[in-house]
Design a protein around this ligand. Structure first.
Ligand SMILES: CCS(=O)(=O)c1ccc(CC(=O)Nc2nc(-c3ccccc3)c(C(=O)c3ccccc3CC(C)C)s2)cc1
Length: 244
C-alpha cells in the first residue's frame, strides 16, 4: 500500500460519509435547543408498544438506507460477493447507525435527535425496552467523549462495517483484505491527527457496539413474538430483511 493509495482510500470514504449523512453536523447543532414539550412527551408515552416500535422502526430503517449507500461507496465493498455484502450489512448497518446517531447526542441534557427534536429517554418509555434505550444513550455518551472528527468517524464507520469476523461470510479472506486497508486508513488518519491512542479506545467501542446490537436483536425477537402482526406486516421490509 503506497501512501498515495491510503490517502485516496481515506478521501473516498470521507466523501462517501459526507454524501450519505442524512443531516450535517452544523445543521443539527443549530437544533439542539429544540426539545419536546410536556404535551409532546405525553403523546409519545401514550402510544401503545407496537405503535411506538413501528414509529421507531420506520425512522431506523430510513437511517439504515443511508448506511447502505455509504457501504456501496467504500472501495472494495462492491468487489465482495452480493451475499457477503448482505452479510456485512445485516450485522453492521445498525452498528453504523448507532455510531452516526451518537454525533447528534446532546450530552448537556442527555437527549438524542429523534423526530425532528431532541428527546430524552422518557420519550421512548412506551417501547418497553428501557435497558436497550439506556444502553444506546450510554454508548452515545461514550462516543461523544472521544470527540472524533468527521474524518475519523467516517473511517471508524467503514471499519465497523467491513468486519471479517462476521458470521456466514463466503470469502472471509477477501473481506479481511478490505478490512486491512480500512484499518490502515484509520491508523493513517489518527497518526496524522497525532491521536494514535484513540485506536484501542475505538476497538473497545466496537465491542460495546456488538453487545448493543445483540440486545437490539433480542428485543426485536421479544417484540415480534408479542406483536407478530405488526412485526411481519407493518415493519419496513428492509428492517425485516436486515434485523429479523
Ligand atoms: C443515523 C444517521 S443521522 O443523520 O445521525 C440521524 C438520522 C435520523 C435521526 C432521527 C432518528 O431516526 N432518531 C432515532 N432515534 C432512535 C433512538 C431510539 C431510542 C434511543 C436512542 C435513539 C431511533 C430508534 O428507533 C432506535 C435507535 C437505536 C436503538 C433502538 C431504537 C428503537 C427501535 C429499535 C425500536 S430512530 C437521528 C440521527
Amino acid at each position: 500500500h503506497s501512501l498515495r493509495n491510503i490517502d485516496e482510500l481515506c478521501a473516498s470514504i470521507v466523501r462517501s460519509h459526507r454524501e450519505t449523512s442524512q443531516y450535517r453536523l452544523e445543521e443539527l447543532q443549530a437544533l439542539t435547543w429544540k426539545v419536546f414539550s410536556r404535551e409532546e412527551i405525553q403523546a409519545y408515552q401514550s402510544k401503545t408498544v407496537d405503535e411506538m416500535w413501528q414509529h421507531c422502526a420506520v425512522r431506523l430503517t430510513d437511517a439504515v438506507q443511508y448506511v447502505v449507500e455509504f457501504a456501496k461507496h467504500i472501495p472494495g465493498f462492491r468487489m465482495l460477493s452480493q451475499n457477503d455484502q448482505i452479510a456485512l450489512l445485516k450485522t453492521g448497518s445498525m452498528e453504523v447507525v448507532l455510531v452516526r446517531m451518537s454525533r447528534f447526542f446532546n450530552t448537556e441534557n442527555n437527549t438524542v435527535f429523534f423526530d425532528g427534536k431532541f428527546a430524552g429517554t422518557e420519550v421512548f418509555k412506551s417501547l418497553a425496552c428501557g435497558d436497550l434505550i439506556s444502553a444506546v444513550f450510554d454508548f452515545a455518551h461514550g462516543m461523544c467523549a472521544l470527540k472524533l472528527t468527521e474524518q475519523q468517524l467516517a473511517l471508524f464507520s467503514a471499519l465497523v462495517l467491513i468486519n471479517a469476523d462476521r458470521p456466514s461470510l463466503e470469502d472471509r479472506g477477501r473481506v479481511q483484505r478490505v478490512q486491512r486497508s480500512v484499518e490502515l486508513g484509520l491508523n493513517h488518519i489518527l497518526h496524522r491527527d497525532n491521536q494514535d491512542s484513540l485506536m484501542h479506545k475505538l476497538y473497545q467501542r466496537m465491542a460495546v457496539l456488538r453487545s448493543l446490537c445483540v440486545l437490539h436483536m433480542e428485543k426485536l425477537r421479544w417484540f415480534s413474538q408479542r406483536y407478530p402482526l405488526t412485526a411481519h406486516s407493518l415493519f419496513p421490509p428492509l428492517y425485516k430483511e436486515l434485523f429479523a
